[in-house]
Each structure stands twice: as C-alpha cells, then as structure tokens.
Write a protein that binds this ligand. Structure first.
Ligand code: PEP
Ligand code: MN
Length: 262
C-alpha cells in the first residue's frame, strides 16, 4: 500500500522500458496468436504506431470449451519470433498453474486473466518468479479483493506486479463489461503499483475502444492493453472488439493530445 511505500513503483520490463514511470506504455496485439503471418504483421504495425509491447494469447481462457483454446506452445514460439523481428517484449497469459514454467520461458510479462484473479494457487506460483506479472481485475472482484490478489504475488517475494482494470459485470448490456474508470484514481491512491486499462474487454466493441483509451490517459493510468487484429472479421477470438491497425494508429495519434507516448 501507499502507507508502506509512498512513492509509485516503476516496474522494469526490459532495460530502458518501465511501466509506472514517466512513460505512458501501450501494449497492443491480437487476442489470440493465430499464425506466423498474423502475429508478425500485427507486431510490426503496432510497433510502427508506437506500441512498446506486444500482446497475444497462446493459452486462452474461453467461456465455451468448444471455442478456440489457443495454439499453446506453438503460439508462444510465434510470439518469440515476432519479438525477434520487432524487438517488442511479449505479454501473454498463463491460464493453468501447470504451464507457469513453460510460459515463463517465453513471456516478458505473464498475464493473469480476469477469470483467474482469485486463483490463489496460480498467484502464489507467480509470486515465486523473477518476472513482471500483469494482474487483471476479475469481473466480480472489488478493488479491495483485487489488491489482496496482488498481495498474494507480492507476499511470495515478487514485487513486480502491474494492475489492469478490464471492466466489471453490471446490469448494463450495451457494453461487454462496464469500465470502472474510477478504479484508476482509487487504485492510485491506495497502492504504489502501476495501473493499466484494457478498453477492449471493457467495452467489447471496437468503435468504443478509442474514447476509453483517452479516458484512461486522462484518469491517470500508466498505460493501455489494446486488442489489434489485421482482419478482425476473421479473428479466432474477440474480433468485434479488435481495432484494425489503421484504427489503432489513428487512436495513438489522438492519444498524444492526452499523454506523452513514444
Ligand atoms: C485477454 O486479455 O485476451 C483476456 C482473456 O482478457 P480477460 O481475462 O480480461 O477477459
Ligand atoms: Mn481477448
């Protein structure tokens, strides 16, 4: 908490790149890794627009067991190829505790998804790694509970935790979830950890994503996690909320009115 550590934590990802410091950091990429062409094309495009890290899921926590579950290790290998091509570090999700070691071999940041925010066994394992963790807020998790989940990682010794608000469940159906934008200043007041916003899962509709990116910047977030796909209508997951590279580029240009982005 801020009481224990008053100054904000800047989390070093790779030398020269930190989250929670002066720079507003944008992470972008597809929901799922689908092919070499898809991930490499997306990585090059988002880098060109100013993204600092590449996202992409190789293990997918899908609502239906009949939906695409991810390319698993083949997907991790493609992410590593895209990293080699562009130099962008990788953010990817670990769903199952048994895959922690495997995912850690490839990831620069390990993502914990909203469905695993309170998977305490997984959090404790991640607490023993020497690797930054992007912890998403569960869709029915209060801010207090969210912070306790972060404590599960910190208390095991891993101090590099980044919080991510991705929308919570409310009665509203116009959006996929309801972005709790006020979570940014609340979290900023209560904790020294960096806070990011995921406007893609929060809204579920690509046309709503840019305005929530600007809102996140205006609210004081440390960065964004945005889904981008070269051809959203063909995406294996989350196409409707994915920006096309050109839309992402336009958003990044406008974002510069709110924050300094590289
Ligand atoms: C994702 O980032 O692709 C994802 C599954 O997000 P969430 O856990 O927030 O639903
Ligand atoms: Mn997704």
């Amino acid at each position: 908490s801020r009481e224990v550590q008053p100054e904000p934590s800047e989390i070093e990802i790779v030398p020269g790149l930190g989250i929670g410091g002066k720079e507003f950091v944008v992470v972008a990429g597809p929901c799922s890794v689908e092919s070499q062409k898809q991930i490499c094309e997306t990585a090059e495009a988002v880098k060109q627009s100013g993204a600092r890290l590449l996202r992409g899921g190789a293990f997918k926590p899908r609502t239906s067991p009949y939906s695409f579950q991810g390319m698993e290790e083949d997907g991790l290998k493609l992410l590593a190829e895209a990293r080699k091509l562009t130099g962008l570090p990788i953010v990817t999700e670990v769903v199952n505790p048994r895959d922690v070691e495997l995912v850690a071999k490839y990831a620069d940041i390990m993502q914990v998804g909203a469905r695993n925010t309170q998977n305490f066994a997984l959090l404790k394992m991640l607490g023993q790694l020497d690797k930054p963790i992007l912890l998403k807020r569960g869709m029915a998790v209060t801010i207090q509970e969210f912070l306790m989940s972060a404590e599960y990682i910190l208390s095991e010794g891993n101090r590099r935790v980044i919080l991510c608000e991705r929308g919570i469940r409310t009665f509203e159906t116009a959006t996929r979830n309801t972005l709790d934008i006020s979570a940014v200043p609340v979290l900023k007041q209560q904790t020294h950890l960096p806070v990011m916003i995921d406007p893609s899962h929060a809204t579920g509709h690509s046309h709503l994503v840019p305005s929530m990116c600007y809102a996140a910047a205006a609210a004081g977030a440390d960065g964004l996690l945005v889904e981008v796909h070269p051809c959203p209508e063909e995406a294996s997951s989350d196409g409707p909320q994915s920006l096309r590279p050109a839309e992402f580029d336009a958003m990044m240009k406008k974002l510069r009115a709110f924050v300094e982005v590289t």
